[in-house]
Design a protein. Structure first.
Length: 202
């Protein structure tokens, strides 16, 4: 009985160590980046994602896990790709089970961009073959980068529906953002420094 209990504790402890090593830091950043890059049109790179060992139970049972994300870079889907977002560091609380299971949705609250951040906000023409409405002609690079990749149109009997992951960001605070604005059709360019903003729902 005692030997069995000790063996179980040793096995559980080893599993926690493996979970912590494989899904933390640079390895977790690479894993999340690869998941996103499979579906999004742009490209994302995340250097590290760190979370406390005390949240292992929450990862199993479900709930909010505090994370610190560093070295986020996002490129658009143009040729060649352009760097449109760069964030040094941000903190947040993420819904563990929304990400781990189902559609791998990204649900986070209390998102706080701590370090410097830079955003290229470029207006461009919608390149969709099937537009939402006749006036759907304008888009922005940061939005199109996170859209799902275009799929080949096909028609068959029955109804099939699928979609990419949902980004549900609640309570966002940005302390120091530099925005590079480009509106090619209006021949407008400009840079805004030290932008501070807070959004409750995105």
């Amino acid at each position: 009985m005692i030997v069995g209990t000790l063996a179980f504790c040793l096995l559980a402890g080893s599993a926690l160590v493996v979970l912590r090593v494989m899904f933390n830091g640079a390895s977790l950043g690479e894993y999340v980046s690869s998941l996103l890059n499979r579906k999004m049109r742009g490209r994302i790179e995340i250097a590290t994602i760190d979370w406390p060992l005390s949240s292992v139970t929450t990862a199993v049972t479900g709930g909010w896990i505090p994370v610190t994300i560093r070295g986020v870079k996002v490129w658009d889907d143009s040729e060649p790709r352009r760097l449109i977002l760069e964030v040094e560091e941000l903190t947040a609380r993420v819904d563990a089970h929304s990400f781990l299971f189902g559609n791998h949705d990204y649900v986070a609250e209390d998102v706080h961009v701590v370090g410097n951040a830079r955003l290229l906000l470029r207006e461009e023409k919608v390149r969709e073959a099937y537009k939402l409405h006749p006036y759907d002609i304008k888009d922005y690079s940061i939005l199109s980068a996170f859209r799902g990749r275009p799929t080949k149109q096909s028609f068959r009997a029955g109804i099939f529906a699928s979609g990419g992951p949902v980004f549900d960001l609640r309570h966002i605070q940005i302390d120091d953002l530099t925005v590079d604005l480009e509106l090619p059709d209006k021949e407008t360019r400009g840079t805004f420094h030290h932008v501070t903003t807070r959004c409750d729902e995105v």
